[in-house]
Design a protein around this ligand. Sequence first.
Ligand code: PLP
Length: 389
Amino acid sequence: MRRVYFDNSATTPVLPEVFEAMRPYFSEHFGNASSIHHHGQETRAAVEHARESVAALLGCRAAEVVFTGGGTEADNLAIFGIVDAGDHVITSTVEHHAVLNACRHLESEGCEVTYLPVDGRGLVDPQDVRRALRSSTKLVTVMTANNETGVLQPVEEIGKVAAEADVYFHTDAVQAAGKVRIDVKAIGCDLLAISGHKLHAPQGVGALYVRKGTALVPMLYGGRHERSRRAGTENVPGIVGLGKAAELARTKLESGDGAMVAMRDRLEGALLRVKSSGNNGAGAPRVPQTSSMYFDGIDGEALVIALDLKGLAVSTGAACSSGAIEPSHVLTAMGMSADRARASIRFSLGQQNTMEEVKFAIGLVGETVARLRELSPKAVVSRQSSVVR
Ligand code: PLP
C-alpha cells in the first residue's frame, strides 16, 4: 500500500545526507570525544564541527551551544538550570509538556508560575508578559513555534520585555529550528532549545543555546562534558547528525525555497473547501510546515485511524497526547470548544514530501471526512459537499 507521511512535527525521517555523515561515527570513528588519543581527537573534532554548524543555524557562538539528549532535556535544563525555590516564572498555556510539566514541578517545589492566556489565533500578548512581571520573576519561557498549530509567537517583543525587566528569557524553538530563520540575538533570548528529530536528524539528540555569562546550574552530576553544563559522554553520531541537519536546513532557509509553503497552501486551500472545516491559528504567523484543521462533526482520532488505514499518516496534535481523552490544551486555550478541538487533526510536512503526495492527501481526506460524516450521528453538515478533489 502507498504510504504518505504527514506527521513531521512528531518526528522526521533522517535525511540520506545526514545518515551518511553519521555512518562512520558508529564503528570506524568510535572514540570517546574526551579521550586524548587519536580516536578521541577524531570524534572531538567532529563534535566541535557540529557545534559550529548548530551555532550558525542559531546565530550564536559555538561555545554557547550545549548538546543534550533531545528537546525535552534542553527545555528542562533551561528551566531547572535557572529557577530556584521561591522564584516566579512566566510561561504560556500553549507550551509543550516539556515546559508545562517542568513548570508544574517547579510549583510543587514552592515556585510560583503564571500561565499566560493566548488569543483566538494562539498568540501571547507581550504586554501580558510585562503585566505579569514581579520582583521575584526569574524566568520567562514562551515557545517560538507551537507544535500543534505551527503558530509563531512574538518572541522578539517578548525578549525585549524580559530584557528590560532583567529577567532570563528561554524559548522552546524545537518546532521552529530549521523551518524559519532563528537568530538568538534578534530574539534576545538567554536560552533556546532545539531537537534533532524535528529537523531530519536522529531522535535522542538536541541542543540548548546558553548565552555567554548565563549562570546555568547543571541537572546531571558527572564529568565535565559540555563545559560542565551537561555531564555524560557525548552521543557523537547523533551530534554529527544534528550538525549536518543544521547545515542542510540553513542552506535551504537561505535559498528561500518556497516549496514547503506552496505544498502547505495547496493542502489548506483544498481542505478549506470541505464544508464546516477551518484552520486553527489562521491569521497568525506560522511555520510553513504545519496545518491544524478542524472538520466539524468528525472525531479527530477516528479520522486519523481511517486515514492511516488508507496510507496517510497524520495526527490529532501532540504525539504524546495521542490516546488521551482530553481535548488538546492548545486548541482549548485558543478558545475552541472541546468538540471542535476533538474534531481537529494536524498535517505536518517535511523535506521528503512532494506536491504529488499533497494531492493524494487532499483527495483522501475529502473522501474520508465525507464517509465519516455519513456514518456519524453527530454529522452537522451537508454530506455531498465534503468531497474535495
Ligand atoms: N518542545 C516542542 C515544541 C516539541 O514539539 C517537542 C516534541 O514534540 C519537544 C519540546 C520535545 O522534544 P524531544 O522529543 O526531542 O524530547
